[in-house]
Design a protein around this ligand. Structure first.
Ligand SMILES: [Zn+2]
Length: 453
């Protein structure tokens, strides 16, 4: 772990803190040996080899060369597609690999492209690998974007290999496809390299739109965008953590997903801490996860702790020498743990409104859950104070029996657990299901309707 601050030659520079990292988040109690095995299969050598290759295409600008086999976006995506096909073959044909193509009208902010290239539409291509779930089609997506840019958004000629932005995210997703395709998961996992993030999240918007139209059940999107820079332009070098951005409000689906990442991911990669940022993204900047979040899906963004603007979006300034592939490797390992947990764990529960039992002051927590009973080993109750953004404790409720409960909405099959000494007024409660191997589902809460009167 490296953590150092280079002195800045300025008067009165006050360094407030050595590191942004300080929180101690709640973690799973026991690691799953199978997930440990998966994490250990993520290969630094393989990632470096693939990262060298994707950077060798010099530019992957959306409007760059599509014909050459050595330079430009066409060569890059054919290489990604063929490599993912190889991974599928190596895993016994378990990955479904395809190019998700669409013709983007060159209107709005792309009007200048229409002028420059003299065409109405442009063929855009996401490269996708799907690992179908054993039980259902609840999906979890991990992605990067493969397009690059220089200082001009419409420079399709000059070299900038986007070694960090965002070859890192693409290679992380590809390595996860390679490793995870050797295992079976309950739910469906998708590994995606989006096109044209730099022109307005076009590839991601296309897929998110497809997801809405085809009614995909998406449990979460992990967007990787720049997970390779450790030397910030602010003079701080720090590779001890990674930022995870999540849109609120406090118990939004995205926030639940973010908390799950520190809960299940940190124990498997102790050298990397999650720094939660409770925002959709950085100020004035966007990322592919937003395309999903805007359409009501859970999505977060992974980004290095300190950015270096001198090594982004310029003329050949985002190159391998300025980044740390060891850091990219560790972020990928953590995502292997998180994606595996998401893929193996039961579906989240549907929490009902908690209430006070007036006879004994306990809090009654109820939830519905539709997974086959014999897959569920038990449930956990999560607790935090209302002014705390993070889960503080969990209580094992064990194997709770389902029963018929009469409410104002009629009779319903659900689960019920009584919690003492935790007033319903003073805490936020969450519930998760866990299976026989201890894999814990995403944590659900009851979100009260907002009433201002
Ligand atoms: Zn990017």
């Amino acid at each position: 772990m490296k953590k150092k601050i280079t002195a800045l030659c300025l008067f009165f520079v006050i360094i407030l803190s050595e590191s942004m990292l300080n929180a101690q988040y709640l973690h799973i109690e026991k690691k799953n040996p199978l997930i440990e095995e998966i994490v250990n299969r993520v290969s630094y050598e393989k990632m470096v080899e693939m990262h060298d290759m994707i950077c060798s295409f010099e530019t992957r600008h959306t409007f760059s060369d599509t014909v050459s086999d050595t330079r430009g976006t066409g060569a890059a995506r054919r290489w990604m597609y063929n490599t993912l096909k190889d991974f599928s073959r190596e895993s016994g044909g378990r990955l479904r690999v395809y190019m998700d193509t669409f013709d983007q009208p060159l209107t709005g902010r792309l009007a200048r492209a229409k002028e420059k290239f003299g065409v109405e539409k442009w063929r855009m291509v996401n490269v996708v690998a799907v690992l179908p779930g054993k039980t259902d089609d609840l999906r979890f997506i991990v992605n990067g974007h493969y397009d690059t840019r220089t200082d001009s958004g419409l420079d399709e000629v000059n070299t900038n290999p986007g070694a960090n932005d965002d070859a890192t995210g693409v290679i992380a997703s590809m390595e996860l496809a390679r490793v995870l395709s050797n295992y079976e998961f309950e739910h469906t996992l998708m590994f995606v390299a989006f096109d044209s993030e730099e022109n307005g999240l076009l590839g991601a918007n296309h897929m998110a739109e497809t997801a809405v139209n085809e009614k995909w059940e998406i449990g979460g999107v992990l967007g990787d965008d720049m997970i390779g820079n450790i030397a910030g332009g602010n003079g701080i070098t720090d590779d001890s953590g990674v930022r995870v951005f999540s849109q609120g409000p406090e118990d939004s689906k995205s926030r639940h997903l973010a908390r799950y990442i520190s809960y299940t991911g940190e124990p498997y990669v102790p050298s990397l801490e999650i720094k939660h940022i409770f925002r959709l993204d950085r100020f004035g900047r966007g990322g592919d996860h937003s395309a999903f979040v805007r359409r009501g899906f859970a999505g977060v963004r992974f980004t290095e702790l300190n950015e270096h603007f001198g090594h982004q979006h310029g003329l050949n300034n985002d190159t391998i020498e300025f980044m740390s592939r060891e850091y990219m490797f560790r972020v990928t390992k953590m995502q292997a743990a998180v994606m595996s947990s998401l893929g193996m764990a039961p579906k989240p529960v549907e929490m009902q409104r908690p209430f006070r039992d007036r006879s004994d002051y306990s809090t009654v927590i109820r939830w519905k859950h539709d997974t086959l009973e014999n897959d569920i080993s038990g449930f956990k109750i999560f607790i935090r104070e209302t002014d705390n953004g993070y889960w503080q404790e969990s209580v094992d409720a064990g194997k709770v029996e389902k029963k018929m409960i009469r409410t104002r909405r009629g009779e319903n099959e659900m689960y019920e657990f009584k919690l003492y000494y935790r007033s319903v007024d003073d805490y936020i409660f969450g519930v998760a299901a866990y299976d026989n191997d201890g894999n814990v589902s995403l944590i659900s809460t009851y979100d009260p309707p907002v009433r201002n009167r």
